[in-house]
Structures are given as C-alpha cells and as structure tokens.
Write a new protein. Structure first.
Length: 232
C-alpha cells in the first residue's frame, strides 16, 4: 500500500494470509468463519500487543524446584487496560485478545450500525463507565490507560473513527485498533482520527468498497456469516 500512515500496520505473516484467504471464500461455513476470525485476531493481537505493551516486574515467586524468580506482567498494568468490541461482530475477537493478556481486563461494549443510505455510524449502545464523580455517581471509575478496539472490518473507517472519538472523549491515553481486514481508505481514516494516540493493526488491506459500502473482494457481511443471520 502506497503512502501507508506511520501508525498503520498490515500483517505480512504467511500463515495469517493463508487463513484470510480461507475466510474470504463463500464456501466457508459459519463454524469455520468463527474459528478463522478467532485465529486471525490472535495473530493480529499478538503483533499489536508486542508493540503496544512492555514487560514489567510483578514481585517475587518461587518455582516448583524452590528457586526464586521475578514474576513478569505487562505495562500498562492489566487493571489499566480494557477491550472494546464493536457490536456485534467485534465480540468474535474478544476471547483471542483476552487470552494474550496475563490477567483478565475490563470489557466495554460499543454498539454501532451503519445507516444504509449515508453509510455513517449510528451509536445505539455505549457502556463505557462514567469517570467523573457526581452526586449521583460518587464512585466513578478512572478511564483506562489503554483501550483495545476490536472489530473484524474497517470499511469506510467511519465506525472506527466514531469509536476512537468516544474513547478519546472518555479519557484514554492510547488506543490500539485490531481488525481482520481494512480498505486503504478506512485504514487511513482510522489512523488519522487521532494520529498521536492510535495504532491500527490489521490482517489484510483491500483497495476499496462497492456502492453498498462492502469491501471488494472482502469477506462479505462478517456479522451475518458469524451468526448465521444471512437473509434476515
């Protein structure tokens, strides 16, 4: 891809590319779609978190043979990290990203759909916790230091940009976006929404979308393929 933004990262792993090719096929059934999305998310997430996290000491422990050693964790600490799936297809990537982290992290959901005529995102659900104390909410939580947005597809980039804006307004310091497939336009839009605070990691990148806003050749409607709702 020419003129790739510096905060855009497209995987070149040969195994990932082979799995992406399998995922593209119209003959791939729903169970295999779920497995492939999970496996690709694991590979994209592995690369993204290797870059976005650092190792940190986590106290002392003892091996089964009685030898002492220094435990390792990640920085930012898991308590300062959250995963943010974009409903509904982003749910398919949560377990993969969660499994990479040493301990469980908070999961906050954003529900968005694309309005058919404008292809612009409409938010219908947001469970980011309030972080400003008020009389009715005295125990508000602090925003996460790092938010990991997961969504299989970045088509026009409008949904990713809306999610980035919501998290930036919430107060996160850094955002990592993990996706299975993007377009060049969508990748550039997501990377440019908050260039100093966002890193975008994708398994592959296609040229553009068709008149319906679907990536060409793309993956089809990945949510329908995941959840067997084709023809609804």
């Amino acid at each position: 891809m020419a003129n790739l933004p510096k905060n855009a990262h497209i995987s070149t792993h040969p195994c990932l590319q082979a799995k992406l090719s399998q995922l593209r096929s119209a003959s791939t059934n729903s169970k295999d779609v779920q497995t492939l999305v999970h496996e690709i998310a694991l590979m994209v997430g592995y690369e993204a978190l290797a870059s976005g996290l650092t190792a940190a000491d986590d106290g002392k422990d003892e091996s089964p043979l009685g030898y002492g050693y220094t435990r390792a964790t990640v920085s930012p600490a898991p308590s300062s990290i959250c995963i943010v799936p974009i409903l509904r297809s982003g749910l398919s990537m949560v377990s993969a990203l969660s499994s990479l982290l040493p301990t469980p992290v908070s999961i906050h959901h954003l529900g968005m759909y694309r309005e058919k005529s404008t292809l612009q995102p409409v938010e219908y659900y947001n469970n980011l916790p309030y972080h400003k104390s008020t009389a009715t909410n005295p125990n508000a939580s602090s925003p996460s230091e790092l938010a990991i947005i997961v969504d299989p597809i970045i088509a026009t980039g409008a949904t990713a940009c809306a999610a980035i804006d919501s998290l930036k307004d919430w107060g996160v310091k850094k955002i990592i976006v993990c996706a299975v497939l993007a377009t060049e336009e969508g990748l550039a839009a997501a990377c440019g929404e908050w260039a100093e605070g966002v890193e975008v990691w994708v398994g592959g990148c296609d040229k553009d979308v068709d008149e319906r806003g679907m990536i060409k050749p793309g993956l089809g409607d990945i949510g329908d393929r995941l959840y067997l709702t084709i023809g609804k």
